[in-house]
Write a protein that binds this ligand. Structure first.
Ligand code: ZN
Ligand code: ZN
Length: 217
């Protein structure tokens, strides 16, 4: 699996293109607010591959504002946890934070996901993990073969972790999610913001968990 990181303004959100052979998976869909600049970069990253799906980690506008456009560009289904899918399916400006942070939500159908569902990328089977706390039904995507984790806004490099002060956020729940991700013993973490952690990702998550226990516990 080869992972390419694209950056979407104005919230500094990461969009990942994971490639396996001639297949690709898009992880998160950009804010949509920088679409004229973002679209050519996404097209380049997707040159020569067929997109199996666009997977959305959670309902915040920085990650899903461009979801309808990514779906149209790729022809791929949008995948998202069943308890947050409504936000994209109805283009909900409040639940996504678009009303607060800016951006426009365009409604688009979503294929609902649940804990332990499998998202396929070519011959790979990635597992859906429910890791709430930053948002009510935030999920991460785990590739057991490469021990790589697409973690959304749960954990970041430098000992950082997801904020819990947005609607539906919960500190204790986020702590449990961080514990769960550390227990996976991942090698690589591809988070929703800041840089990717490639190699030794478990110790990076443990550092974030220590900080989260101090600040939230
Ligand atoms: Zn978020
Ligand atoms: Zn975010």
């Amino acid at each position: 699996m080869r992972v390419t990181r694209l950056l979407s303004a104005p919230f500094g959100v990461n969009v990942f293109v994971a490639r396996e052979g001639d297949r690709a998976l898009v992880v998160d869909a950009s804010s949509g607010m920088d679409w004229p600049a973002f679209e050519p970069a996404l097209r380049r990253a997707l040159a020569g591959v067929k997109v199996d799906a666009a997977y959305l980690t959670h309902l915040h506008v920085d990650h899903v504002g461009g979801a309808a456009r990514v779906a149209r560009l790729t022809g791929a289904p949008l995948l998202m946890h069943e308890d947050e899918a409504f936000a994209v399916e109805t283009g909900d400006p409040v639940a996504t934070g678009a009303a607060l942070f800016g951006g426009e939500m365009e409604a688009h159908p979503v294929t609902p996901l649940r804990e332990k569902d499998v998202v396929t990328l070519g011959r790979r089977a990635l597992e859906v993990l429910l890791v709430p706390g930053h948002s009510p039904a935030h999920t991460a995507l785990w590739d057991p073969e490469s021990r790589s984790l697409f973690s959304g806004d749960v954990v970041f490099e430098g000992g950082s972790f997801g904020r819990v002060d947005l609607p539906g956020g919960d500190a204790r729940t986020l702590l449990r999610s961080l514990e769960r991700l550390a227990a996976l013993d991942p090698v690589n973490v591809y988070p929703g913001h800041m840089g990717a952690i490639e190699g030794g990702a478990r110790s990076a998550i443990l550092e974030s968990l220590d900080n989260a226990r101090l600040m939230l516990g």
